[in-house]
Design a protein around this ligand. Structure first.
Ligand code: ADP
Length: 315
């Protein structure tokens, strides 16, 4: 099995550009990077276990129903009777640069507790993926570190997308130290250039940054996504697939909404590497999943099927 862990929340996306005070209305969309990764894996025919927590409120019930409708098993989808569901309000300016306002004080996803995933479950998982946002607050931080540590001890391949949101972290020092602690248990890191820089890695290019993460031994494989320009990846000598450095230019598509592209990419990389692809094919496949996800509106709603990805790969 694959186990994904982390937040499920509701993104309220605006009808048009403008500030929170000025936007006339918002559309309610299920989200949270790990939730998107989990649904993307279902779409790619690799349905994962998903460990998450929603609040005891209408939003939480809506998210439970949405995940179930997508085919995510409810076994580790927790409902917290003492908390509300996390909400994120998104705004963007005329050129599309987004900002997030989170309602996340003491909300359900910050209250995951260590030990919920038992060792017998981990023994059946070949791959464990955790998002980074749960590391930013509450008992979810300890719970996520505990999961990653035990997953590594159980010989799962452990991956993480730091998904750093400056709005959620008190300062950069905390980011580097907390995410650094998590990376100690991570085999495969998937990040953007700016995230790797925020973690303290240095390099003049995406490839140099990926190489830096692998060379200091933080991870054995690093993927760096570059939006419309595709992605690069570096695997070191201790990776379970052949060592390689890959630069892939991505796929030219008519992008209408890039929400969730990074999460689609993560699911694509996990799927390809589990299928036994080498790093070159894995980056191509992940880029195709990411690119295809930008061609429809919404994060979850636009996640592609295997056939749709194959069509893009075949050109
Ligand atoms: P994030 O969504 O985490 O900010 P990126 O913007 O780097 O991450 O996008 C992740 C991946 O999605 C990219 O590596 C690429 O494969 C794909 N992608 C994103 N935007 C586009 C685009 N405009 N055209 C084609 N592919 C894209």
């Amino acid at each position: 099995d694959v186990l994904v862990a982390g937040e499920t929340l509701i993104d309220f996306v605006p009808e048009r550009a403008g500030s929170l005070e000025d936007v006339p209305g918002f559309e309610r969309r299920p989200g949270g990077a790990p939730a998107n990764v989990a649904v993307a894996l279902v779409r790619l025919e690799e349905p994962p276990l998903f460990w998450t927590r929603v609040g005891d409120d209408p939003f939480g019930r809506y998210l439970e129903r949405t995940l179930a409708d997508y085919g995510i098993p409810d076994r580790f989808v927790e409902r917290d009777s003492g908390a509300k569901t996390t909400l994120a309000f998104v705004t963007h300016d005329e050129i599309g640069d987004r900002e997030f306002t989170f309602y996340r004080d003491g909300t359900a996803d910050t209250r995951l507790e260590p030990g919920r995933i038992d060792d017998a479950t981990l023994a059946d998982c070949e791959w464990v993926h955790a998002g980074g946002v749960t590391l930013s607050s509450g008992s979810a931080r300890e719970a996520t570190l505990d999961l990653l540590e035990r997953a590594a001890a159980a010989d799962c391949t452990v991956s993480s997308d730091p998904n750093l949101r400056p709005e959620l972290w008190p300062d950069e020092g905390t980011v580097a130290s907390v995410v650094g602690d998590a990376l100690a248990h991570v085999d495969v890191c998937l990040a953007t250039v700016s995230e790797l820089e925020a973690l303290g890695f240095e390099g003049e290019s995406a490839t140099a940054l990926a190489r830096a993460a692998v060379e200091v031994g933080a991870v054995h494989t690093a993927f760096v996504t570059r939006g419309s320009e595709g992605a690069v990846a570096v695997a070191g000598a201790d990776a379970p697939w052949p060592a390689a450095t890959v630069e892939h230019p991505g796929f030219a598509v008519e992008a209408v909404d890039t929400t969730g592209a990074g999460d689609a990419f993560v699911a694509g990389a996990i799927t390809a590497l589990r299928d036994g692809d080498d790093l070159e094919n894995a980056v191509a496949f992940a880029n195709a999943v990411g690119a295809r996800a930008t061609t429809g509106r919404g994060g979850m709603t636009a996640l592609p099927t295997r056939d749709e990805v194959a069509a893009l790969l075949e050109g």
